[in-house]
Design a protein around this ligand. Structure first.
Ligand code: HEC
Ligand code: HEC
Ligand code: HEC
Length: 340
């Protein structure tokens, strides 16, 4: 059947077929395993945390192993407090006030990172931070509960907390106008093509967080939500989900995102959180302008660092809580930062 030319050619050009054979086998095996995972479901055990009423499919699916592993901050916070207590001798001679020394050593978990020099800008910032932390605990207990926050909630042993952000817009320099704030992957657009100005417009300014209502939209009436409002809202919602490592049904019933009668209790906590974050950014962190050295300012627009959900939550549903979601008490015994 096969012409003689083939056998002749084959004899003259001997080839090792084992290499390609193994490769095809490996690819085939991978396709087979992939098909098995897709048809049988992924092999790791999951569990669903119910967030809404029964029968509405409102829940958050999580890997059981992740839940059992818990939040490592609980253990590292305990270690930090113990280490700070043990290092007492080192800071006795600090020229700054007792209150500041105690705050820096115990709460931030950074005994040696901050300069003990009286004229350091860090002392000015630390005094402001004490006021800010107290405001969070006394005015925003609707969000932070009895658990409260202290310096460690944000700082975690670092002078500059993780999860802070700066303005990056315009994101595209060759264009002007609205288009220039989107279609470019940035960290503040959650690595999507959504707008990169959602955080400044919605978590510093009080821009509109809204997508639609049920009115027909033949003509755009004044006051109707715009495309820009919509796209920023989705950009912000991605940020929420990433900051807490939850999906949308943690807060919403996905059949009616607009309907505040069908949301979960967590939606209400988040809603208060939005107001709280605006206050932190406007009343406190923007006041660091002129105090912070240049290297602490935004790389593009030179703005002051800003906080939001990620600065406290760090990718966890509650910032510092065990696997049963029992939060660690961050304020009792520290009258300097507790509720008045
Ligand atoms: C809501 C989160 C949050 C809390 C709570 C918080 N901080 Fe901060 N802190 C920040 C942010 C944001 C910055 C600005 C980061 C920078 O300096 O680049 C900052 C900066 C600082 C700095 C300047 C660091 C540097 O080297 O630039 C000091 C000092 C400081 N904080 C001390 C404290 C102390 C003390 C407390 C507790 C009383 C505290 N912070 C609580 C968010 C927080
Ligand atoms: C941590 C809670 C939380 C999570 C998670 C969350 N949202 Fe929201 N969402 C809210 C809150 C609170 C508002 C209302 C904000 C306001 O009006 O001030 C809102 C508003 C919205 C709106 C505007 C509704 C309207 O009135 O037009 C939409 C749409 C929306 N979210 C979609 C999503 C999507 C999609 C996701 C997942 C990617 C998501 N949300 C994740 C809390 C959350
Ligand atoms: C200053 C720190 C801080 C910031 C900033 C912050 N949170 Fe929280 N949040 C907390 C603490 C602390 C708790 C836990 C309270 C408790 O255990 O009762 C919490 C609880 C929550 C809960 C309830 C979780 C549950 O399972 O009941 C939601 C939802 C939430 N935060 C959403 C947000 C969103 C969305 C943002 C940003 C707009 C935000 N948080 C910003 C500190 C913060």
């Amino acid at each position: 059947m096969i012409g003689d030319w083939f056998w002749k050619w084959s004899k003259e050009n001997p080839k090792n077929i084992y290499g390609p054979g193994i490769l095809i086998g490996a690819i085939g095996g991978a396709v087979f395993v992939g098909a098995m995972i897709v048809t049988w479901g992924q092999p790791y055990e999951t569990t669903t945390q119910q967030t809404g009423p029964r029968g509405t499919a409102m829940g958050v699916v999580k890997f059981t192993s992740d839940i059992e592993a818990g939040n490592p901050s609980v253990a590292s916070y305990a270690e930090t407090i113990a280490a700070a207590a043990a290092s007492e001798a080192e800071v006795v001679d600090s020229p700054v006030s007792d209150e500041l020394t105690r705050a820096m050593r115990e709460w931030t978990g950074i005994p040696t990172l901050f300069s003990a020099r009286e004229d350091s800008y860090q002392n000015t910032v630390a005094s402001m931070m004490i006021g800010m932390t107290q405001a969070i605990n006394s005015e925003w207990d609707g969000h932070v509960g009895d658990t409260g926050v202290n310096c460690y909630t944000c700082h975690r042993g670092e002078a500059v907390p993780s999860g802070i952000w700066f303005q990056v817009h315009p994101a595209v320099e060759v264009m002007e106008g609205w288009g220039a704030v989107q279609n470019r992957v940035t960290a503040v657009s959650q690595f999507t093509s959504l707008p990169s100005d959602a955080l400044p417009k919605l978590l510093v300014e009080d821009g509109r967080i809204t997508v639609h209502d049920l009115d027909p939209r033949v003509a755009n009436e004044p006051g109707d939500p715009t495309w820009q409002d919509t796209e920023r809202t989705f950009s912000l919602m991605n940020y929420f989900s990433n900051s807490l490592n939850t999906n949308c049904t943690f807060c919403h019933n996905s059949r009616a995102f607009y309907d505040t009668a069908e949301v979960t209790p967590q939606w209400a906590t988040a809603s208060i959180g939005i107001q709280m974050v605006r206050e932190l950014n406007v009343d406190y962190l923007s006041a660091l302008d002129g105090i912070l050295p240049e290297e602490r300012l935004g790389p593009i627009l030179g703005d002051t660092p800003k906080a939001a959900c990620m600065t406290c939550h760090k990718g966890y549903q509650k910032p510092i809580a065990d696997q049963d979601l029992q939060s660690v008490d961050m304020v009792s015994g520290w009258s300097e930062i507790g509720a008045e």
